[in-house]
Design a protein around this ligand. Sequence first.
Ligand code: AMP
Ligand code: MG
Length: 390
Amino acid sequence: MLLYHASKHLIAQVHSRNIPRRLLSMSLASPEAFSVEKHVAIAAVRRACLVTCTVFNQLVRDRTDTLKKEDDSPVTVGDYAAQAVINTVLRNAFPEDPIIGEEGADALRQGSNTKLRERVVSLANNALQEDLIDGEKAQWGLGSQHEHSSEALLKAIDEGNDAGGPNKRMWTVDPIDGTKGFLRGGQYAVCLSLIVNSQVVLGVIGCPNIQIHPANPDEEKGCIFVAVRGQGAFQVTLSGTNAIKLPFFSSEKSYVLQSEESKHTNIPLIRRVSDELHLTEWGMDSQAKYCCLARGEGAVYLRMPAPTIGAKQPYEERIWDHAPGSILVEEAGGKITDSEGAPLQFGLGRGMGENHGFVATVDEELHARVVSAIKRAQLAEDPKKTKPTL
Ligand code: AMP
Ligand code: MG
């Protein structure tokens, strides 16, 4: 794998003198913390992206491959096969580490889903059996000598059932974050993180539909974003080349990234905040939003709890939906908290407890302005909140 933390100086040269970015690629061989984990995670995400790209090209339009999950979100063969790939790699590389994944394999075990199961098994095997590239190791279950049985792959999917918690080392997996974006050919993300004692220490996000460089729309698409605690953040192409340190881009407009789904966020409230701060809204599915922020394409990622109806409890956010994105933003120099300015909780279990809503910004000063603008927008929306608590 060709990976490299390019220096700011070199990146500036790339942009000012048009030095091809591939010349910046070199081996990341230094004995840094979580170096093995980083390479394992990149291999897992890269191969899971092979699955999702194949599924999109071959199967997405064929709706018979789409199941409905209990929570009514679409789950595709790609979701299952991508999680099978990631968990197989993690299980082989780190057999003791708990995994918290979004999908379970119960639906795949049903007799009526034989065709779907066979497709999952075939897709996962194809991705795992591809030739090794630099930085990958056969003992992670990779390469043509490993044939993974149907039962082994279903078991791997089910390995993601850990309950999480505060004092442990654990992985989070979201095989296709932004399933709706995936199905409509938009942004989606293959997401993996490592959490140690409630702190995210590594995040890897594969975004097959993100442009490699925002200023070159004709260039091929597909990036993997990587961040390690204390070591910065960078992106590589889906083939693991052309590493670029983040942030590397400065958007002329100040965008506020937000969910496309009105059920996932409070769009009118975000509009108030955007208007006050003269930000332009930019709707996007998945943790690709965090990636665009980390690159410098947007100034803010804002997610506000969608209004609840009646006595319904607010949605509890999931750690796999924010752990990788949060470290990416922080390691690119930004700041992230919940919508009240409180730190994110990754040690409470699979959910994030009282972290309702998120504010991620490119810098601290903007973060403070967004948090106070949110308070004003909430008061404007619901003046009862002005009542002092007795
Ligand atoms: P996005 O693409 O930003 O809209 O976020 C997609 C993620 O939102 C999915 O992975 C879901 O886990 C999560 N999600 C599902 N329901 C809700 C909800 N009611 N509020 C917030 N997030 C949700
Ligand atoms: Mg998700």
